[in-house]
Write a protein that binds this ligand. Structure first.
Ligand SMILES: C[S@@+](CC[C@H](N)C(=O)[O-])C[C@H]1O[C@@H](n2cnc3c(N)ncnc32)[C@H](O)[C@@H]1O
Length: 402
């Protein structure tokens, strides 16, 4: 172990002059991006850094009232957990098979599925609802809602609860493991439901469908609203374009697409850490903020597949909402992008200022003394704090991989 730490410490030495230029914007936590990248790409990263960050996150989450280990044991015990033969009939795109969130099998494993909702905090979701409503998001009475990339249904259940007038709510995901957990959660008895870490109400309107969001198999022009909640950052931009096209295909004319997404580089240290477990995050962040394109690359891609009336607004200091519509038959899409993000900008309150100031000071001390253990503990705390407030991917180093 000592040898590992010595090697890691050498990786964490101050960066050469060129990489100093990449030192993180926002200052404070003064580890250069190149320095961090070197550590993250080291073969020792998985062996030492990830388990340590995971431990800290679980402990911090538990101190903040998330009963992580209890909830994990509890959901595991709700098995038996097995996949059905039908699940293998769905074609899985290559990008989806890559390691993700520190799981070797990405989302295609039980650990990821059990921990997904435990790791996901709901604090920012209400802000999405408000921003979507401000942009004219509407679901007609009896309407059909589809939640693409629903995970184990956390966003689907929320969608159903927020729209009692809807007739049906279908969650779609590529991971049969997540869907199995989601279906199991929905069939729990009342007494058991209260044990879960997320809101859980029985709702006969909800169904969960195993499919690629880019090829749902749903009928053309059959859906009133498609939701994409915190999905696109997990995809390469080409796949995102395919999903937009599928959303357009299944929406009836006049139907709406709702998207909730995050400003990914607002905390560079956190971004670097998450980036190390999410292969498409860099490409997505570049695409999302594409220069000279109002609303970024996504708005252009939405317009390209035929959407119009694209509107964006801030939900929190870190999260944004987008609403766009499939034009009515015979109408050309209104291509003007109404980007209200600057006008609706919110303060970034995701980290409690006093805590982050304290963390920065402690990080500076740990760096000065070369205390690697401390640096990793502080990184874990930072991630847990961010997660506690609800980032797009709060706990990138899930604990099953210790
Ligand atoms: C960060 S989770 C978001 C889950 C949920 N919508 C929420 O708001 O918490 C992203 C989900 O997108 C799913 N996903 C990624 N690519 C997909 C695809 N091509 N088709 C269907 N689901 C996909 C993943 O399996 C994962 O469950």
């Amino acid at each position: 172990m000592l040898a590992l730490l010595v090697t890691l410490q050498s990786l964490l030495r101050p960066p050469p002059p060129r990489s100093r230029g990449l030192a993180m914007r926002g200052g404070g936590i003064d580890i250069g991006r190149a320095l961090l990248d070197a550590a993250l790409s080291s073969p020792l990263y998985k062996a030492v850094l990830v388990p340590q960050a995971q431990r800290t996150m679980v402990e911090t989450a538990e101190r903040n009232g998330v009963p992580w280990r209890d909830a994990l044991d509890w959901i595991k015990a709700r098995g038996p957990w097995r996949l059905s033969e039908d699940d293998s009939a769905v074609a899985i795109p290559e990008y989806y098979r890559r390691p993700f969130h520190a799981y070797e099998q990405g989302n295609l494993c039980w650990d990821a599925a059990w921990e997904g909702e435990i790791a996901s905090r709901a604090a920012f979701r209400g802000a999405f609802d408000e921003a979507l409503a401000s942009l004219g998001a509407e679901c007609p009475a009896g309407g059909s809602l589809v939640d693409l990339g629903c995970g184990s249904g956390i966003s689907t259940r929320r969608l159903a609860a927020a729209h009692p007038q809807a007739g049906s709510v279908v969650g779609v995901d590529l991971s049969p493991h997540f869907l199995a957990v989601g279906r199991r959660l929905l069939e729990l008895e009342e007494e058991e439901r209260r044990r879960w870490v997320q809101p859980l109400e029985p709702d006969g309107r909800i169904s969960l469908l195993h499919a690629d969001a880019a090829a749902t198999g749903l009928a053309a022009c059959s859906v009133d609203v498609v939701q994409l909640s915190l999905v696109m950052h997990e995809l390469p931009p080409a796949a995102a374009g395919d999903i937009f096209a599928e959303a357009h295909r299944i929406l009836r004319p006049g139907g709406q697409l709702w998207e909730g997404f995050s400003k990914l580089r607002s905390n560079p240290l956190l971004f670097s850490l998450i980036r190390s477990t999410e292969p498409y995050l860099d490409a997505y962040a570049d695409w999302q903020t594409a220069e000279g394109v109002p609303g970024g690359g996504p708005a252009a891609a939405l317009a390209e597949v035929g959407f119009g009336r694209i509107r964006l607004a801030a939900a929190t200091g870190r999260h944004f909402a987008l609403v766009c519509s499939r034009p009515l038959n015979g109408c050309e899409p209104d291509r003007a992008v109404d980007d209200r993000r600057a006008a609706t900008a919110k303060p970034d309150t995701h980290l409690k200022t006093r805590k982050i100031a304290q963390l920065k000071a402690e990080m500076a001390e740990a760096e000065a003394s070369g205390d690697l253990d401390r640096i990793m503990t502080l990184m874990g705390t930072l991630l847990a704090l961010e997660g506690g407030a609800g980032t797009c991917v709060p706990y990138p180093f899930y604990p099953s991989h210790q």
